[in-house]
Each structure stands twice: as structure tokens, then as C-alpha cells.
Design a protein around this ligand. Structure first.
Ligand code: ADP
Length: 311
């Protein structure tokens, strides 16, 4: 089973507007509300692919109940720790080809609630083969919280795929117990290393990933949007090139990449196929209206056309 961790889930609300008028009223009758947060996108996509997945994390208040209900309606297994404060809303206003977002920072999770979650995680991990950890931590969590989860997972020989950024990513990769995979996009890698990269100079990325900081992390997939990815598995580097596609909504493609990788891993795919699988899943998401959703037939179609080369 694949367990997905979402420590700051949200109701993702999208308001499409012909034009966004400032300092006056904007009205819309086309609202969509979905269970969101990066980890829940990963969950839905694994479920779309037919994988065995369970979502965990923390949920609070009426918003939390709504998210739980949405997952239930989709037939997705879940086991969340309840919290006192309300889970958040994330608002995206789609107007004139732009996406203006208003993101709440979300609830504060108390020490007792954190301890209750850790206890649940220790239990769930016993039934898991793979764990994915995605997105930001809610307020109240120490920055090394993900590191703790990696440590618990490793004690149970469970592979952990981590997709986070900033301080949480730094903490996870500098800890003694390393995650099995990290998937920074180019911007996140640049922020992590304080170094700028160019797509024309992939050698620089290769050199950067060879530094001791990344030792012990089996897989590093640097996703490059429409340019595919550069990846390192143990000591081997791969360049993944993807065909040009018609994009509808690329939001959640990074989450779908994690979902494709976790699914491929659960099916014991060899390294090159894992790369094809995770790229194909990211691409298929970019061709859907709904964030964190793929058509498995489209994933299969892309899979056949992706080029992976050792470099
Ligand atoms: P993130 O969403 O984390 O920033 P990326 O933008 O790198 O991640 O997207 C992850 C993967 O999704 C890419 O490696 C690619 O396979 C696919 N993808 C994303 N955007 C596009 C696009 N515009 N065209 C084709 N594939 C895309």
C-alpha cells in the first residue's frame, strides 16, 4: 500500500472570472471546490492509476469534514488525525489568462495533536510499502517534522518520497536518515543551493547533484516542466525528454509526477520505466482541467513516447 501524507490540506476553490475588477464586487456562478493540498493531489492521481493508496495527515472543523467527504465520495481510503482548528481554504481566481491565488496559512496544530498523528503514522507505516510526503507543514510543527516521519518509515524499511521546498526540504536532506526520493523543480533546486541553473548547461545540474549534500538519497528527479527532467539514480544520471503536448492546466503536475513514481515503484518498474511513468503522469495531469487528475489511457500513450537516456 502507498500512504500519502498531507499535513496542511485545503479546500481548493477556483473562481473563473471574465475580468477581475479591483475594489468592487466580482460575481461568479462557476465555482469548483475540491479536496486540495499537494498530498491529496498525489492521492487522487495514484487512485486514478488504480494504485492501492491511503491518505493521512490532519483535518479540522467543517472544512476538514468537507475534505473527508470528498475523499469518501471518490472511494479513497483515509485515516486522518482530527485537530481543533479549521483546515484552510486556498482560493484561485482565474481571469484573463491569469491565475491570482489567495492562500491561507492554515490552522495551528498543537503538540498533543502532533503526538497523536505520530502515533497513527507509526501504525499506518506497518501496512505500507511506500510513503509520499508532500507540501508544507501547518503552523505549530517543528521544521524537522518530516525528518521524523522519514526516520519512522526507515525503521520499518518503507521507501519515502519527499516533495517539499524551503526549510523542510533542507532539513530532510541534511538529516542522517535520507529519503528514497526528492523531486525538486528547477526553482526549488536553485533556492536550495543558492545557485542559478540554465537548461543549456545541464552539466552544471549534474555537478550540483554530485555534491556530498545529496549522498545517500537514491533518487533525485529534477523536474523541468515541458522540458522533462534530469534525474540521478544512485550514481547514474538520466536525461528525460518528453514530446510537446497541448497543455490545459499544469497545476499539480509535480504532484502527479510523484504519484506516477510511487505507482511505478509499487509495480517494481525498473529505473528507466519509473522515469517514463512519472513524466507521463505529470504530462497527463497537464492535459486535464481538474488539478490532480489523470486519464490512465493518456498516461500509457505518453509513456510510449518518452525518451530516457543515460548521460
Ligand atoms: P512542479 O509542478 O513541481 O513545478 P514541473 O512543472 O516540473 O513540476 O512538472 C512536472 C512534470 O509534469 C514535468 O516533468 C512534465 O513531465 C510534466 N509537465 C509539466 N508541465 C508541462 C508542460 N507544460 N508540458 C508538458 N509536460 C509538462
Amino acid at each position: 500500500m502507498i500512504v500519502t501524507v498531507t499535513m496542511n490540506p485545503s479546500i481548493d476553490i477556483s473562481y473563473p472570472l471574465a475580468t477581475l475588477k479591483i475594489d468592487t464586487v466580482n460575481r461568479t456562478n462557476k465555482v469548483t471546490k475540491t479536496a486540495g493540498g499537494k498530498g491529496l493531489n498525489v492521492t487522487r492521481v495514484i487512485h486514478d492509476l488504480g494504485g492501492d493508496v491511503l491518505a493521512t495527515g490532519v483535518l479540522g472543523g467543517f472544512h476538514g469534514a468537507y475534505i473527508a467527504e470528498e475523499l469518501k465520495k471518490a472511494g479513497i481510503k483515509q485515516d486522518f488525525t482530527p485537530i481543533a482548528e479549521e483546515s484552510r481554504d486556498s482560493i484561485a481566481i482565474l481571469h484573463e489568462g491569469n491565475q491570482t491565488e489567495i492562500l491561507e496559512s492554515g490552522p495551528t496544530v498543537s503538540k498533543d495533536e502532533q503526538a497523536a498523528f505520530l502515533e497513527k503514522f507509526e501504525e499506518l507505516i506497518k501496512q505500507a510499502d511506500i510513503v509520499t510526503i508532500s507540501g508544507s507543514l501547518a503552523k505549530g510543527f517543528p521544521p524537522d517534522f518530516y525528518q521524523k516521519l522519514v526516520q519512522i518509515a526507515q525503521q520499518h524499511v518503507v521507501k519515502v518520497l519527499v516533495d517539499t521546498s524551503g526549510e523542510s526540504l533542507k532539513q530532510v536532506i541534511t538529516a542522517k536518515q535520507k529519503p528514497y526520493l526528492i523531486k525538486p523543480n528547477l526553482e526549488e533546486l536553485e533556492a536550495l543551493l543558492g545557485q542559478a541553473f540554465s537548461l543549456e548547461e545541464l552539466d552544471d545540474i549534474q555537478a550540483a547533484l554530485s555534491q556530498p549534500l545529496f549522498e545517500g538519497i537514491e533518487w533525485i528527479v529534477v523536474s523541468l516542466g515541458k522540458h522533462g527532467a534530469i534525474a540521478k539514480y544512485q550514481d547514474t544520471f538520466y536525461r528525460v525528454k518528453i514530446p510537446k503536448i497541448q497543455v490545459v492546466n499544469p497545476v499539480g503536475s509535480g504532484d502527479s509526477t510523484i504519484a506516477g513514481f510511487a505507482y511505478g515503484l509499487s509495480k517494481a518498474m525498473p529505473p528507466m520505466d519509473l522515469l517514463k511513468m512519472c513524466m507521463a503522469t505529470g504530462m497527463a495531469n497537464a492535459q486535464e482541467n481538474k488539478t490532480g487528475h489523470v486519464d490512465p489511457a493518456n498516461v500509457k500513450n505518453h509513456f510510449e513516447k518518452i525518451n530516457v537516456k543515460k548521460i
